[in-house]
Structure formats: C-alpha cells, structure tokens
Design a protein around this ligand. Structure first.
Ligand code: 26W
Length: 809
C-alpha cells in the first residue's frame, strides 16, 4: 500500500485533533506516537479486512499458533516498514519538526513473554504474514507483561510492567466475538438418544473477550491476526443473583478471581495458588481459541469431520497442550462425533514443538488439582491415557515399565508433554542437535513408538526486524553491494561472499559497525553515565539469566583478565567492553545472585584506574526486545556459551550473526548449524562436546573440586566469591560458591573455563588483524540467510501444516 507524505501529514494532524484535541506543537511524544500509530493502523485496516475475507472465500487452510508467550516488542516501526512507507513517514514528520525515532521511543514494548520461545512466536507471525501464509496467533492479553527490571545496589528488583498504561493503539476489542470458558463444578453422565452424554453443572463461567492485533506482512497487502484473550466476569444474571442474596463480597471476589486469569505473565508458580492459576490460564486461552476457530470454521459450511483439512493448530511447548483434550471435548460432547473419528481429526489437526530438555520446564500437573479445575477435561485425558496404554500393551505386551514411562497419567500427575505427543501428528525440536537428543534420549520411547511423528525445524529470526529495522545502515550497505533481492530471499545474502576480501567493502562494514558502536556508547553514557570506548571490542551476552547459559563462565573470564591486568597493566590486549543484559525469574535466587555478582565485578573493574580502562563491564538493566535492537547491531562478539546439550537452539546467536558479530560458542543448539554455514574459520568454538557432557551426566566422574584445586586461576576466582575481596560480605555469593564446589558444578563452568579463556585469547588475536576480522564479519552476514524465520516457516508450512501462500492480488 502506498501513502504519500502530504496525506500522512494531514492524517496525522487530524488524528492529534480527534484523539487529544491538540496541535502538533503542544502534543507530548506519547500523544504524537499514539496518533501516528493510530494513523498507521488505519492504513492497514482495509487490507486486514480483505485478507480475512480472502482466506474465507478461498477456503484456505489456516494455521493457529497457540502460545502462552508473544514477545512482540514495539510495533510502530515494523508496521511502517512492512507497509512500505518509512521514507514518507519520516519526511512527513520532519516537515512538522518531529523525529520519527523519538516517537518510536515513546512506545512501550509488548513484553508478553520471557525469552526465546516468546520472541520466536513473534518472528513466526511476521514471517507468516510476509509470506502470505494464512496464520494466526492465539494467546493471552496479560494486563502485565514480564516484569520491568530495576537494578538497585546491584540487585534485580522487579517492578510491574504496566504496558497498557497509555492504552494499546494496535488492538481492537471484539466484544461480539466473546466466548464462555467453564471452570470447576461437576460432570454428570446421562443417556439420551442411545448415547452417553455429560452435563457440566455448577461451574464458574468466565468470559473470554478477544483483542485482535494486525500482523502486517512485508510489502504484500497481507494483514494476519494475533488474537489475545482477556478474562472478564460474567455480568448480568450471575452478578445479580449474588447481589440479591446479599453476597456482595462474594461477587467482588468472583470478579477478581476471574480477572486474575489474564492479569500477569507467568505468575510465580513456586506456590500452589500460582500453579492453579497457570492451569487456568492455559485452559482459558486454549478453550477460547478453539471455540472461536470452530465458530469461524462452521461459517464456511464444511462438515465438521473435515476440520483437519482446513485447520492446523500448533502447540508452542507444552503450555497449550490441553488443546488436545479441549478439541476432543468439543468434537465428542458438542458435535457428537464418535471418539475414534474425533481422535483422527484431533491428531491430524495438532502439531507440537518442544523447546527444552530441562526437566523443570516439562509441565506435570497433579491430578487432584487438575480435576477440580477441569473435571470434564480430566475425564477426557483419562480416556486418552486409557486407550493409549491399551495400544502400548498390545505393542509391548511384556514391558510394563515402558508403558508406565510413556503413560500420560502416572504417579498422580498428568504429563503434558506426553499428552501433546500422543495427540499430535508432528513433534519437532528446534535445532538439529536438540531434535537428535529428543529422539535418542528424552523422548526415545516415543520416538521408537512413533518415529514418523518426529522432525526437526531449526529456529529462525525475522530479518525484517533484526536487520532492516534494527540496522538500517548495514541494510543499506548490503543493498548497495548486491541489490535488494535478499529482502525477499534472504539466502541471497550469500552473494556478499564475493566481497568478503574486498578491502573497500570491508572498511565500509567496519564503518557501519563503528557508527552503531558510537550510538550504543551514547546510550550507555546517557543512561549510566559510563564512558565506553568505541574502539574496544564489544563483547555481548544478552539472554535470560540461567545457570545453564553460564553467564558465570563469562564473569570468571573477566575476573581472570582483571587479575592479570592488575599484575601487568601493560598486557597487550585489545580493550574490551563486556556487556550483559538478563532478567532472572523472580523466584530463582541463584540467578539473581549472579546478577549481583556481575554488577559487583563491574563496580570493581570499572573503578580501578590501575588497569587503565582496558576492560569495562556494563550490565544493561531491563533487557527486552527494544533494547536488543540497540545492542545487537553494535556487537563485535556474540557470547553463546551454554553447557553443550542444554540450549535447545538459541536465537540471539542468529541475530548477532546477521549483524556481523563473531560468535564464541560451545557446539550446542543452533551454534552447530551456524558453524556449518560460516565454516570453522569464522567462528570460535570451545568447550565440551555433546557426548562428553552426556557421559559425565551418565557416569559421573567429574570433580569440580579438582579443577578448583588444580588451576590456580580458578582457586583465586572461586575464593573471591567468599573471601570478601569483591568488597561485599563473604556470605553474599556463598550460594554461587556452593553450586560450584559443594554441588559439583552441574553446568561444568570450571571444566570449560580453561578452554573458554583460550578461545577468548583467540578472539583477541583475530580482532588485532582487522582485515581478517572484517572478513569474518562479512562471512557471518553473508551466511545468515538460512536463519531467516521465513525459511523455518516455509518448512513448517510444507512439512507440518500443509498450508500455502495465498496472496491478495
Ligand atoms: C514451565 C515454565 C517455563 C516457561 C518458559 C519454563 C521455561 C520457559 C522458557 C522461557 C522457554 C524458552 O524460551 N525456551 C527457549 O526457546 C527458544 C525458542 O525455541 C530456544 O531457542 C531456546 O534455546 C530455549 O531456551
């Protein structure tokens, strides 16, 4: 869609008047942002309608991506860029004395996610729309996203993320599409027309109200939908009956209980109430989503038993896996289809992605709790489990152990991953190694039983946000070298390889990086009043804080360098700025203490003039999508240092690569595939191999204490955690010390330390050779195209969903 600059100016001024009765000169940046966003939304509205109509008229198969998390970040720029009116907007605003970048900063991130899994869902939405694939998102409209992180005295302090404070311009509330979701109560079986039926009585009704957000495709007139559900109390009769009995307090209680369902992302589930709420959240959006899918489907006039030909439902991790039982409930109880036929439809409709092998994330719900909240759904899961066990005992008549291991309900718990696997036709991991580990270890029983269900889909990232939007200078430089075909076909970036040794192109790449580094330095100066040197190596680790991601290994290398510099301030190293960004889960004490440690080390290193500013450490607070967009284009080194086998894929690794950073990595997750693309010379690999890690876990034989005792560097560093030399009380980091020495270092920090330090030494050497370094940067950019989420989505579309691109002409 094209809009000229004069139209934008006129529409924008009109909006400021109609929304706020303000003129340009008096409006705040927030008002100006909201007016502009609203104008942009208007521009996409017609195509939004057209896309919806087009899909229904053509009876296109649609995919619904069910996810507890959508980490969208900001939408203004990405919508402007995808519509294709960036230059026009910029110059319209300029005429009015406004910088588009300033308005961009006024938008709150939609932070409805924790990390990789949520951001992946957002990248996938962008790719589906940009490829013209009929794809919708389905999730929860949390009133509060992931907490805002403040750093006070070096500690993480969580503050509610009130992202809806100024309203959300992008969303449309669709009251007339609301549905009812039922919790609690009892289920009574009865016979009617020779059929066993179930009536659900005394349940607590919750109204699910959808809020739709447009997902604008890139230059293709497609606008798909992300539907987020909000929980509201039933008004009218229900309230009135409570009031009439004089139970005012009860009515208020009911209201707040209902509203708690969509109140906040991941309420702390370390307590029973939190767990109950999570189950409710999951069923709430899944039930609402499936009900609305069925409603829309029925309008097409196709018989219900062909649902699987027109609908694909994707289960993003185990969180929405109750979808299997909910679809069965609707087909069997409401549509009165036979169990076997309903099961055929359900399994053909559902597909499941696993995102982790960490036990803590494989959800299990206690039967007693679950059946109180969802009595009918529990009955259905019991029946699925009963039939599945029967099937298994036919196949494995003498192997009761195996049947027990694979059961959905076992030892008083419901294993949601098992439900998802049994109820789907496709199960995938998110990188080659991860899928292999699922097949050979974590899910090997299921792989033996259903080998045809398992497949790999390596993650991806949208190059539109992570390159075109976040790094316009680099994107323009690429255009000038190889044209713009890469935008539609990112693997075309390969053509940059012919420039990898071109000294002029290399220096241009260097200049873009330097420019981005200055921008980040200015941001840091502004926010933290710390000077960082744009000629230093920007060495970046940004991701959730978790022991397996080993931010600790990074800190240990910094301390090691610091002690070396103390002894020899003239040591010949390239100055380095170590940059961290990470949120720790509020109840994860060890992770929070690692944040405190990073800040403690930062204070010590940054204030020690004796090391002549050779290293600096910066912890950037409140890591989120919009901050990542500022950091990644400025990074020289990408830290991907998880314990091998633990990081399912990683996706920031791909973002850094695409922006010309060099990766220092273990052979874990997608790092392996990055290495395959760039070749051994353009990545720095260290650490244990997957089989070594697996052997250690299986056979023991690792002694962290030996490494601590036998490596003087480690003795000193680990002792520093408890000897007061970091200028904090000696008990402050006792938990970190214990995790390493008394709990034998579960993630092999000490084991990989030496190898990591050497790898960091190689980085230093490589960077000194600026010609070689620039060549490496170009190789990384040139080979990043396969990691575009467009590539990933095309594979899902073809191999899992059976959907196709359907563009409005
Ligand atoms: C059960 C609670 C829970 C929920 C979410 C535990 C853990 C999570 C994580 C935040 C899930 C997550 O983000 N996993 C990441 O998914 C990415 C996308 O596939 C992968 O690239 C990362 O390796 C994986 O850690």
């Amino acid at each position: 869609m094209y809009v000229d600059k004069e139209t934008i100016k006129r529409d924008f001024k009109k909006k400021l008047t109609s929304m706020f009765a303000e003129e340009v000169e008096e409006a705040s940046n927030i008002h100006k942002y909201q007016a502009l966003a609203s104008v942009i939304k208007d521009y996409s509205a017609e195509n939004w309608m057209k896309t919806r109509k087009h899909y229904t008229e053509k009876r296109e198969k649609q995919v619904y991506y069910f996810s507890m998390e959508f980490l969208l970040g900001r939408l203004l720029m990405s919508n402007i860029i995808n519509i294709g009116i960036e230059k026009e907007c910029q110059s319209a605003l300029k005429d009015l004395g406004i910088e588009l970048r300033d308005l961009e900063e006024a938008e709150m991130d939609a932070g409805l996610g924790n990390g990789g899994l949520g951001r992946l869902a957002a990248c996938f939405l962008d790719s589906m729309a940009s490829l013209g694939i009929p794809g919708n998102g389905c999730g929860i409209r949390y009133n509060y996203g992931l907490f805002e992180q403040k750093i006070i005295d070096g500690y993480q302090v969580e503050v509610p993320d009130n992202w809806l404070r100024d309203g959300n311009v992008w969303e449309v509330r669709k009251q007339n599409k609301a549905v009812e979701v039922r919790f609690g109560g009892q289920v009574k079986p009865y016979f009617e027309d020779n059929r066993l039926k179930f009536s659900h009585e005394d349940y607590d009704p919750v109204i699910a109200v959808p809020y739709d957000m447009p997902i604008v495709g890139y230059h293709n007139n497609t606008v798909n939908t992300l539907r987020l559900w909000s929980a509201e109390p039933v008004t009218g009769e229900f309230d009135f009956s409570s009031f009439s009995k004089g139970e005012y307090t009860k009515a208020v209680e009911y209201k707040s209980l209902v509203e708690s369902i969509s109140q906040v992302l991941y309420p702390d589930d370390s307590r029973e109430e939190g767990r109950i709420l999570r189950v409710k959240q999951q069923y709430f959006f899944v039930s609402a989503g499936i009900q609305s899918i069925i409603r829309t489907y029925k309008k097409m006039g196709v018989p219900i038993n062909r649902l699987d030909e027109y609908i694909a439902i994707h289960i993003n991790d185990t969180h929405p896996s109750v979808a299997v039982a909910e679809l069965m409930r609707i087909l069997v109880d409401e549509e009165e289809i036979s169990w076997d036929e309903a099961w055929r439809i359900t399994t053909n409709t559902m597909a499941y992605t696993n995102h982790t092998i960490l036990a803590e994330a494989l959800e299990k719900w206690p039967v007693e709790m679950f059946k109180k909240i969802l009595p009918r759904i529990y009955m259905i899961i019991e029946e699925i489990d009963r039939r599945f066990r029967e099937e298994l005992s036919r196949r494995y008549p003498n192997d009761s152990n195996r049947i027990r291991r694979m059961a959905i309900i076992r030892d008083g718990s419901i294993h949601m991953a098992h439900l998802a696997i049994v109820g789907s036709h496709s199960v995938n991991g998110v990188a080659k190694l991860h899928t292999e580990i699922l097949k050979k270890q974590e899910l090997s029983d299921f792989y033996n039983y259903y080998p045809y269900k398992f497949n790999n889909k390596t993650n991806g990232i949208t190059h539109r946000r992570w390159l075109i939007q976040a790094n316009p200078e680099l994107s323009n430089l690429i255009d000038s070298a190889i044209g713009t075909k890469w935008i539609y076909m990112p693997t075309e970036l390969r053509r940059l390889m012919s420039y990898s040794k071109d000294r002029i192109f290399q220096s241009k790449i260097g200049a873009v990086k330097y420019h981005n580094k200055i921008k980040l330095a200015n941001y840091i100066k502004d926010k933290y009043d710390i000077d960082i040197d744009p000629n230093s190596i920007y060495d970046v680790q940004i991701k959730r804080l978790h022991a397996y991601k080993r931010q600790l290994l990074n800190v240990f290398n910094i301390l090691n360098l610091y002690y070396q510099l103390k002894e020899n301030p003239d040591m010949d190293i390239v100055p380095r700025t170590f940059i961290f960004g990470a949120k720790a889960s509020p109840s994860y004490y060890l992770a929070k203490q690692i944040i405190k440690l990073i800040n403690t080390v930062a204070a010590k290193v940054n204030n020690d003039i004796s090391i002549k500013g050779k290293i600096k450490v910066i912890f950037l607070a409140n890591y989120r999508v919009s901050l990542a967009e500022k950091i990644i284009p400025a990074a020289d080194v990408s830290e991907q240092i998880s314990t091998t086998t633990k990081e399912a894929s990683g996706t920031s690794n791909m973002k850094f690569m695409m922006n010309g950073a060099v990766t220092i990595a273990t052979l874990d997750g997608a790092n392996i595939e990055i290495k395959e693309e760039v070749g051994d010379d353009n990545i720095v690999i260290f650490g244990m191999k997957d089989y070594e890690v697996i052997n250690y876990y299986k056979n023991g034989g690792y002694s962290a204490r030996d490494f601590y005792n036998n490596d003087a560097r480690l003795t000193r560093i680990v002792n520093a955690l408890i000897d007061g030399s970091l200028n904090v009380s000696s008990s402050e980091f006792k938990i970190i010390y214990d995790s390493l020495i008394n709990h034998n270092d579960e993630y092999f920090v000490l084991r990989d330390f030496d190898s990591y330090v050497k790898a960091q030494g190689r980085i230093d050497e490589l960077y000194k050779d600026s010609v070689k370094w620039e060549e490496m940067c170009i190789c990384n950019i040139a080979n990043s195209g396969v990691f575009s989420s467009d590539n990933t989505i095309l594979q899902y579309s073809k191999e899992v969903w059976n959907t196709k691109s359907s563009l409005i002409l």
